[in-house]
Design a protein around this ligand. Sequence first.
Ligand code: ADP
Length: 901
Amino acid sequence: MKSLLLLIAVFLVASISAFANDKVSLQLLWKHQFEFAGFYMAKEKGFYTQAGLDVEIKEFNYGINIVDDVLSGVSDVGVGRSSLVLEKLKGKDIVLLSAIYQSSPYVLISKQRPDLLNIEDFKNKKIMLSDDTALVASILSMMKTKDIKPSDYTEVPHSFNINDLVHDKVDLMTTYLSNEPFHMIEAGAGFKVFDPKDYGFDFYADIVFTSKNYLDSNPKKVENFHSATLKGWEYAFSHIEESVEIIFKKYNSQNKSKEALFYEANILKELAYKGEAKFGNINEVRIQEIANIYKLLGFTNKSDTYLSGLIYEPYDLFNILKKIFTLKLILSVTGIILFIYLMSIYKQYILKIENKNLEKIVNEKTKELQKYNEKLEKQKELYDLVFEKASGGVLLIDPKNNKFIECNDQVVELLNAKSKEDVLNRHPSELSPEFQPDGQRSDEKADAVIKLAMELGTYSFEWLHKRVTGEEFWAEIILTKIAIDTNDMLYVTWKDINEKKQVQQELQKSKNTLQLLNENLEEKIKERTRELENALNVKSNFLANMSHEIRTPLNGIVGFVDILYKNETDDAKKDKLQIIKKSSDLLLSIINDILDFSKIESKKLLIESVPIDTIEIFKHITELFFDNAKEKEICIVLNIDKDLPKKTLGDATRLKQVFSNILSNAIKFANEGTNIVVNVKYLSDSNKLYCEVIDSGIGIEPSRIEFIYNSFEQADSSVSRSYGGTGLGLAISKTLVELMGGNIGVESELGVGSKFYFTVALHEVIPDITAKPYVSEQNKKLSAKVLIVEDNKTNQLLLELLLEELNLDSDIANDGIEAIEMLKTNRYDLVLMDENMPNMSGLEATRVIRTTKYGKDVPIIAVTANALKDDKNKFIQNGMNDYLSKPIDVKKFKQILYRYL
Ligand code: ADP
């Protein structure tokens, strides 16, 4: 059973190996002989079989081209000569596997002849060269060195028969050193060898080659063949006898004798192992040298680069693995070493960095320490400076017991103490009087203040201290809470403010004095103001009284002159009466001016706001001055703007007063026979009345213009002499227009004339429903009884005459009491009541009358010289209906009577 299994196994192995053996055909370049011993031995000794190859060894036959056969695949591997290099240069893609002979056995031989000693002797000789020019390249090169050219000898076709040389058919013959010479020796003929190597041309012989194509598709096969072949060769050369025996028996188509084979073997062995190179090795440099020789001989002109890939590099898995393994090993060992080295460097580096960092930190810390020390030093200096050299005293209080625990020299000095010991460990109150000036106990107050400072953080105050020597002094103290070694302390600064305190006290004293003085002064000013007010009142009252006193008699004069003038028929007398009338009119106007002025001064002048007729006012006043103008042959031209509102609210009296004043001045200062133009316009933008009076007169010197509005001022001192006047008119007018919401101005040229203008604000007319309709005096005949209450006889008479003129009856009462009595018994339609009367004044009488049944409704008209504005209000308030100012203006008198009767 066991033997059966073994048999099967053997059979299997055999069949597998038989199947597995790859066929390789090898083409030899000559007939069988020892030259190819290695191949036979590889086959005979089973090296090829071991390599899985079934090699067919093909003997050379004439007519085959080994290179072409290998390239076309007729044979897989061939044996060639060095001329394979030339083939490669020609572009045939072959690969040389190994060179069996490092040195070529191909030489030129001759018989030993005296005429054939040197190559130079080849001239005119018959030489058998091979028809393979590439093969004979080394021979030709050798001849070339001695300048022997093909034309110098006769080339005879090779017969490959050594007898031709022996029998002198030729002189020289190319041959294999390992073959023909043996026959020469056998024939007993001496011979001479001309070997190209001796001339520097050493070619390889028997180069095993394949095609690139074959190699690429069978790399393993080629490799196996290559190594098995080399093995065969090594065996052949080391077992020449055995090899000769086998060749003699099996591979002897040439019928060589054993001796010949031995001879061959010995020669070839020497050539195979010639030089340093390993058996079979092909050297790239030598291949290039061979190529150069071909180039030199003109066989080719291709460059060496065409040789790349010519020499086979065995595909040796083991080698590759070994290489990879070694490489890996080397790499990993180097890697580990490198890693260890790098690690050590890295460690050193890290250590270095750490060292550096450490050094840096140490340096920094040292620097910080230095800085800190410096800071400490500075702080100490600062402390010395602040504490010891401070301008004031500096102390420390321990808030636990409120005692001084540290102080500087200043404190010692301030307290007149001998040393710090006098200060330290003492309570502030021990260095103070028992009581502070506010009456608090020093010890209690000190504790309270310290407590406060500890709470607030800082506290400043003034304190009265006592020196050791007993004197007291004021100190300004600042307490500041500080922390020393986590303990809270109070930092105390003392500033001696004794001097300041003294100055303060003195200041307070002078302040008190000043206050006293001030109070006195104020009192005095008040007193003086009162006095002045009184004086002003006195003056105003005096002026009012005086004008009343003057106007009362003037009233008589004006009234009676008027009556006399009217009744007088004698022209001469009439003229004189006229003069008296004018003079008294003038006097009256002067008095009126003074009265107005005094009213202005005491600010008692008030402006009415009642419905007025603007056009009428200007017409009326202009007409009034017609007579005056006529005297100087002056023509007054009055132009009134049609836009000027006719009805407005205002004070007719004051408007008339201003206009008359300016117009009268114009007439006064105009040249005779000139025109005076009055233009009255409406300023719609500002809603104002504008009036200008233009005269051609003396004009005003520019420098004087600013003074003409001053009271009692005239443009020239000569004015009063030549023209009269008080210098009050413009001053009053200016005040009046300003009170009426306007202004006054002048443009004047000395000797040419002046233009005076003024404006007055206009107010909207509010229809006065209480106003009685105006009744023309011509239209109505009055019939009524009037009671005249008047103490002055002249005035009584004057009023009687005026009433008579109006056909009115009148009774006279001499004072208020009489008036009341008469009103009880008689019925009167109107009462004319004087104000200033003995026994009972007009106001008082009116008040009484108004309380009675009979006098409740009777119109009472005040007749007064006290024509101040507030007087009018006073009259109305006391029950009077209206008032007439003295001297009585006849026109006004009549108007009032018509209105109330
Ligand atoms: P009076 O006319 O009473 O002197 P006024 O106050 O009315 O006082 O005038 C002051 C002065 O202004 C006058 O004295 C006169 O020198 C000057 N003056 C006024 N109006 C005219 C005028 N139309 N032409 C020249 N001078 C005038």
